[in-house]
Write a protein that binds this ligand. Sequence first.
Ligand SMILES: [Zn+2]
Length: 327
Amino acid sequence: MKHHTRASLAIAALIGLGGAAAQAPAASIEAHLAAAKTAAGFDFTGTLARLCIAPQTAPGRDVAPGPAPARDTWIADPAKVFDNLYFVGTKLHSSWALTTSDGIILIDTLYEYASDEAIAGGLRKLGLDPANVKYVLITHGHGDHVGGAKLMQDRFKSRLVMGAPDWESIERSVNQYPNGKPKRDIVAADGQKITLGDTSVTLVTTPGHTPGTLSMIFDVKDNGRPLTVAYNGGTAFNFVNDVPHFDTYIASQRKMADAAARANATILMTNHSEFDSAVTRIRLMAARKAGEPHPYEIGREAVGRYFKVTEECAQVARLKLLQVSAR
Ligand SMILES: [Zn+2]
């Protein structure tokens, strides 16, 4: 046990935690939780609740997807959200179509059961042709985001972009793809720009949620006014819960916070409504009056606070691990 304690303290020292934090983790945990609550305010209650209050503690197992839930539990109306960005997601999961002068860049593809109706059907309802989707950016290789990748690749010949470790995890999976896997295509690199016509998306590798998680920075237009989006690609703690994994996660959240600040991002988006209130914000658009800000335009300071919530909650979870191993 003594050995464990020393190892934990050594790890704490290595990542620059003060000695006080290692000696009094309970107080430190409270301080990080308080910082997370302050950062969340009323903007990011879903993220706070999921990460700080009820964190997940283990990765999903390699099992076949269950039966599709009833349609009325997930179906959502597609919507034009910015001049060049369209929502084709579900009540829980987001998929976004970024239109360019030379076709569409699709971000994330929902669960397989929802992808045909919500993405292909949603695009058609909005007057867009799914055959024009040239690139599909997959933030990470979990079933709720990669489910429609094979459909886009097979039916519309879209090019798929994903992080190398997540391509590998799909290739390794025995049970999760009973209807076939998407075939390895473009392997994302940190800082890579995916350019289509007049539009570029800059990829930021943010390992943590999965080893290959991709976040991104891109511009949208709101009635002609250019605005920058920081898109966080992976959020929950359903990875192997040990100190090194949390260190990786925390480093990535800081990295993405920096990228968002440097790009002057005033919009924060993710792939779950739970984290960025996508469905609620889209609903609010109906009540928007001329001159009012777009419901998604929260400002640079609030975007920074989002990454503070994810980081501080990860600090809480990390310190709890140290507390356990010091016992
Ligand atoms: Zn995930």
